[in-house]
Design a protein around this ligand. Sequence first.
Ligand SMILES: [Zn+2]
Length: 386
Amino acid sequence: MRTYKYKIQNHKRNHHLQKDLHVIAHVHNHFVALWQRHYRIYGECEGYKRPSAFRMIKHLTKLKRLGKYEHWTIPYSWVLQECIQRIDKGWQNFFAKRAKRSPKFRSRHKYRSMTFDGSQVKIETVDKTHGCPVAKIRINRRWYRFWYSRPIEGNIKRVTVKKDFVGDWYITFTTDEKGLEPAPKTGETAGFDFGLKDFLTCSDGTKYQSPEFYKSASKLVKRASRVLSRKQKGSNNRNRARKDSARVHLKVNRQREDHHWKLALELVRKFDVCYFEDLNLEGMKRLWGRKVSDYAFGDFMQKIKWQAQKRGKHVVQTDRWTPTTKVCHACGQIHKFFHLNIREWYCHNCKISHDRDINAAINIHKVGASTFGVEGIRLASASTPC
Ligand SMILES: [Zn+2]
C-alpha cells in the first residue's frame, strides 16, 4: 500500500468540487437524521435492530430517482455509499460502546474530503507546464489538472480529493504497490534517547538537534491569530484572516515534516536496528507543554518506522518502565532520580562521569538489544542506590 499525493491546480472550475462536497455533506446529514429518527422511535423497544447500511443504500438509490434529490446523482455513486457505510460504522461503534455518542451532523463548510473507487478513474498526462509534468483526472464529468510530480506505480485502489484549510485542493491515490527499497546493511545498531535539550541523542555520542519551528514562527502565529480575532464573525475579511493564519501553521507543519523525513532516512541508512524508548507522550505534554508538541516525537516515530519497513531495517521500542536515565551504563548501579537540570553526573561506584543523555541512549541500546536478541546483552540487575 503506497499513497501518492498531488496538488490540484487552482482553477475556477474547482468550485464544482466544492459543490460535490456539499452534496456529500447533504447526504451525510440526511442519513444521520434518518438513523437518529429511527433510533428515537424504536430505540427503546426490546430487541431494537438498527437499519443496516445495505438497506440505507437501497433507500438512497430510490431517493435519487425523485426529482427533489436529482442533484444527488454523482457519477461515482461509491462516494455516497461510502458516506453511508461510515455512518453505519459509527452506529456499530456506538452500540458496542466503543464510541461515546452516535454519528452527528456535520456542517457542509467543514466537510473536506471525498473518497471513491480507484478502478473507475481516468487519468491522462498533459504537456509540461513551467517544466513540471501535468496530468488530468476526470471527476464528476469534469477534467481537473494536477501537478504530476512523480509517476504512479501499481494499481490505483482508492482516490481521495481533499481540501485543506487554506483552500487548496489535493488528490491522493492509494495503490497496491508495496514500495520497498531495501538499503544496504551496515551491521550497525544504536540506541536513541529523546530529550528536550537535544532532540535525539545517539548511543555513539552524536546529538541531533531539532529546529523549533513553531517557536521560531511564534511571532507570526501570534500576529495572525490576533488579526483573526479582531475580524467580524462571518465576514469575508475574517475568512481571509483565517486562511492567513492557517497558512502560517501549514508552513510550520511542512518544515517539521521535512526535517523528520530527512533525519529518519539518515538514521535508517546508517543503522540496521534503531532502539527507542516507548514514551508517555501525553504525560510529557502535560509536564512540559508546547516544546513537546513542537518536537512531535510521536510523528517522528511513525515516520522512522515506515522508513525502516521500506528499507528492510528495524525500529524497536523498549519498555517504558525500564530505568535508563538513572542507571550507570558501565556498572549497572541505579542512582537516585536527579533533576532535569543536571546534564552530567559522576558514578561513585565505577568512577566515571556520564553525559546524562548519552548514558540513557547506551542503556536503551543495551535493553533493546537484549530483548531483540541481536547482541545478547542484558542490563545488570539493580543494586543499592549510591
Ligand atoms: Zn558506574
